[in-house]
Ligand binder design. Structure first.
Ligand code: AHR
Length: 331
């Protein structure tokens, strides 16, 4: 904080606007770049920080908790004004987060939270409801099969799981299985991690196709793995989107293109765009107009599919036809 007061004083002495360059320094913890989602997420956040004229500290990419710990400690020692954290895993940062708290640096949690969040202070917490996203993947599938006259058919489902131990993967798997339990004819015949990457989604799908005689549905816990599955299905001489139904999660541009081409059937939205909420929060914390909140903010999200009109929630929200909105999509 002293650094910021000094910058403001200097700006005043030099006759510069108080909100001028580098009035705020934001430290962003390093994180993997495993998916289209993650790329868009950081492009959006970094562009917004740049637009504000703030300074950015960021060591990335990395999948190691040790790298996050090192970076956070450095941000503390350099006295950043705010830290944005997406955890690579739920544990391992307990000690350094206490140090962040002791240094009274506002901490904003985004997307993947630490398991110790109840024991630490944070200024804001933003993420999708991953369990609900998993439920939506399963509801959409069951209702789509029903609408196609296949509601009573024995359906074999494979799940491409995200990174083991990540909340996005664990919670989506929970949501999927919770809903599928109500549809005994939808049987999970394979469930394996594809690490949220296209390459591993492809490899896991290839092995499923070799070892499982009949696959009707792929539930891919992100779009990248769904796109990998499309490649594997084509290589096996089958038609993605027709012989095998593919449902992804995220609603990234490449998934929209695949849906419009008829190769993917649906995607459940998980927005990567958090700058619109995080930047005003940082400003509000700085000028005192916003006080820290422990409430977890979930963005409003929808579902998109080939024809639209399929219910994807327990209370019957209807999916949107991807081709109708593809031109308005911003990621
Ligand atoms: O945590 C969000 C998830 O992580 C996104 O669904 C996925 O694509 C990403 O890698």
């Amino acid at each position: 904080m002293w650094k910021k007061r000094f910058a403001l004083l200097l700006a005043a002495l030099l006759g510069l606007p108080a909100g001028g360059a580098a009035a705020i320094t934001v430290g962003v913890a390093p994180m993997a770049r495993e998916s289209d989602w993650r790329m868009v997420h950081y492009d959006d956040m970094f562009a917004a920080i740049k637009t504000e004229g703030w300074a950015l500290m960021h060591d990335g990419p990395s999948t190691k908790v040790e790298d996050q710990e090192k970076a956070l400690r450095r941000y503390v020692s350099q006295g950043v004004d705010c830290i944005l954290l997406t955890c690579v895993g739920p544990t391992g940062l307990e000690e350094v987060l206490q140090e962040v708290n002791e240094a009274q640096i506002p901490l904003i949690l985004i997307d993947r939270f630490p398991a110790c969040m109840d024991q630490i202070a944070y200024a804001g917490a933003f993420r999708a409801d991953f369990v609900e996203e998993g439920r939506r993947m399963a509801y959409w599938t069951a209702n789509y099969l029903e609408s196609a006259g296949r509601g009573d058919e024995e359906i074999n489902v494979v799940i491409l799981e995200g990174t083991t131990g990540s909340s996005a993967a664990e919670d989506r798997t929970t949501g999927i299985n919770e809903v599928l339990a109500g549809y005994p004819n939808l049987k999970v015949v394979g469930s394996q991690t594809g690490n949220f990457t296209r390459a591993e989604g492809l490899a896991v799908m290839e092995s499923f196709l070799k070892s499982i005689d009949k696959i009707d549905v792929v539930l891919a816990e992100n779009d990248d793995m769904g796109l990998g599955a499309i490649d594997a299905i084509k290589a096996a001489g089958k038609v993605p989107g027709k012989d095998i139904i593919i449902v992804g999660c995220d609603a990234v541009k490449n998934a929209f293109d695949a849906i419009v081409a008829g190769e993917m059937n649906a995607t459940i939205e998980c927005t990567p765009l958090y700058s619109g909420a995080v930047i005003p929060l940082i400003k509000g914390l700085e000028d005192g107009s916003i006080t820290p909140s422990r409430e977890i903010m979930n963005p409003v999200e929808e579902a998109f599919c080939i024809d639209g009109g399929i219910a994807y929630t327990a209370d019957g929200l209807l999916s949107i036809k991807a081709a109708d909105v593809i031109d308005q999509r911003v990621y």
